[in-house]
Design a protein around this ligand. Structure first.
Ligand code: HEM
Length: 203
């Protein structure tokens, strides 16, 4: 195989644990939010228990992600590299909406120095360092409601927590759908998924 090793085992283990937990949280979260008591997607008590357990699992996985990024130096992947950031985003975007359908080559394929293209960089940063902390912090307040203020602008203190938790969860779910689609946009449909399993990017 002609490839270059890019992803350490800890990132891959974190990634698939994180993905499995988020799938479970999305299914149980949707069940808690939408299913009617008479016709639950997942029985209510079970959905609550699984959601709480997976939430605690996600907090642990996220701690591994933050510490692992600092210790291994992988945080560097999230820092924009020299050259116009916005131009790189435009070039990457045009590749996704046009170039890819004309059989053009990816403008910025993954390498050891730059695993992410500029679009991935900004989107992963927003998801991992803004949206994930929001869903986790609001989830923690939900687990221990005494942490919530008693009221916010005259409303029950848990109300804004619920709205933020719901919105952040939705954003992560939508991100995951787009992320899986973009994952198919490698040299072959399977290339990026293989890389996320073996750690090697094939050229
Ligand atoms: C079943 C669900 C998922 C699948 C199939 C999947 C697939 C992939 C693939 C193929 C890659 C490598 C190519 C790329 O960088 O785009 C990747 C990387 C990544 N994914 Fe996912 N993913 C899933 C869920 C998630 C979720 C829920 C998150 C975050 C909330 C996430 C965050 C990331 C991050 C941060 C990377 C880059 C890791 C690194 O190189 O440091 N993924 N994913």
């Amino acid at each position: 195989m002609n490839g270059v090793f890019i992803l350490h085992i800890w990132i891959r283990l974190w990634h698939w644990t994180n993905a499995a937990l988020i799938l479970l949280l999305s299914a149980t979260g949707a069940s808690l939010q939408y299913s009617s008591p008479g016709l639950p997607l997942i029985p209510f008590e079970l959905a609550v228990r699984l959601h709480d357990l997976a939430g605690i699992g996600l907090i642990s996985a996220y701690s591994v992600f933050v510490v692992g990024n600092i210790v291994s130096g992988n945080w560097w992947q999230y820092v924009p590299k020299p050259g116009s950031f916005w131009k790189k985003i435009r070039v990457q975007f045009m590749y996704y909406v046009r170039g890819i359908f004309r059989g053009e080559k990816s403008p910025y394929p993954p390498s050891v120095e730059a695993n992410f293209n500029a679009m991935q960089q900004i989107i992963y940063w927003v998801i991992m360092y803004l949206v994930m902390p929001t869903v986790l912090d609001t989830g923690i307040v939900y687990l221990w409601p005494d942490l919530a203020p008693s009221d916010v602008f005259g409303l029950d203190g848990l109300f804004p927590v619920a709205i933020l938790h719901y919105l952040a969860g939705r954003v992560i779910f939508l991100f995951m759908c787009a992320h899986i689609y973009l994952g198919t946009c490698g040299d072959k449909v399977s290339s990026h998924f293989k890389m996320m399993i073996t750690g090697c990017h094939e050229h």
